[in-house]
Design a protein around this ligand. Structure first.
Ligand code: UDP
Ligand code: MG
Length: 257
């Protein structure tokens, strides 16, 4: 799981119309910006990191709510790789819901057996477990002080409803970074990863089940969100090199940062 760091600024800045439009449609928040919708900071310049890799760095706005992007795409599509680049170059805090769940699976707890069995069957873990892991992880990182990538979540409509119920308008959800690639490419990447990952689901049989779960449960969320507000789905092709995928993603999300 990637980790990022938080920085803040301190000049008052109103939220742009565009930002409100996308936030509202995806979170069902009212149109008029309430007190929490007014950001509390934009800043002055922040220096690029040594080595120049952050030359396109967009300073982090400290707002009253954490800025969140969901990152979705098929299993093995490259969500983790894109997130690692966004962490490195844009100081996002990244949580992979799958990684958080795998940590639970390792424990000796009531939930661990259940989580392990869902993961090895390529099925979606009950949202009560996943959402509390995500919320705790965000709170531990500083909540509104950071901008977050939540990778591999929401996996289905039930997950999304869980987010709305538990987090809802406590966060500024900008939308879904949706990465696309063919099943052939995903299978290749999963099997390659399986050579070293030790993951119980990095094998042909579980991958096939996961493609089915993805197509029947996760993809409909993308379709629904796109229908609701096309500007809240940032589609990026993941067939290209990691640097190209990152660049394409930044073109789509930069104005939301
Ligand atoms: N998973 C889940 N809920 C989530 C995220 C993951 O139930 O919100 C489970 C599910 O069984 C999934 C597995 O964890 O198949 C692996 O997910 P991960 O995102 O790590 O897979 P990746 O897409 O990175 O291959
Ligand atoms: Mg992943």
């Amino acid at each position: 799981m990637g980790q990022g760091c938080c920085t803040s600024r301190s000049v008052v800045e109103p939220v742009s119309q565009n930002q409100n439009a996308s936030v509202n449609s995806i979170t069902n928040q009212p149109n008029a910006p309430g007190p929490l919708a007014v950001t509390t900071g934009v800043s002055t310049h922040q220096p690029a990191a040594a080595g120049g890799e952050d030359k396109d760095f967009i300073p982090i706005r400290t707002t009253a709510k954490p800025i969140v992007f969901f990152v979705l795409g098929g299993p093995g599509s490259g969500k983790g790789t894109l997130c690692a680049n966004l962490v490195k170059k844009q100081k996002f805090v990244h949580f992979s819901a799958g990684d958080l769940l795998r940590e639970v699976a390792k424990e000796d707890s009531e939930d661990s057996k259940l989580v392990n069995s869902y993961i090895s069957q390529g099925k979606i873990v009950p949202v009560r477990i996943t959402i509390s892991l995500i919320e705790n992880a965000m709170r531990a990182k500083g909540w509104e002080k950071c901008r977050y990538l939540i990778d591999g979540f929401p996996r289905n409509l039930d997950n999304y409803q869980g987010w709305n119920e538990v987090i809802g308008d406590k966060a500024d959800l900008k939308g879904i970074i949706f990465i696309t690639c063919t099943e052939e490419t995903m299978m290749k990447r999963i099997l390659k990863r399986g050579e070293t990952s030790g993951r119980v689901d990095d094998n042909v049989d579980t991958a096939k089940k996961r493609f089915v779960t993805y197509n029947s449960e996760t993809f409909p969320i993308i379709e629904a969100k796109r229908k609701e507000n096309p500007d809240s789905v940032f589609e990026v092709s993941a067939e290209n090199s990691p640097d190209q995928v990152y660049a394409e993603c930044m073109k789509k999300i930069a104005h939301h940062l």
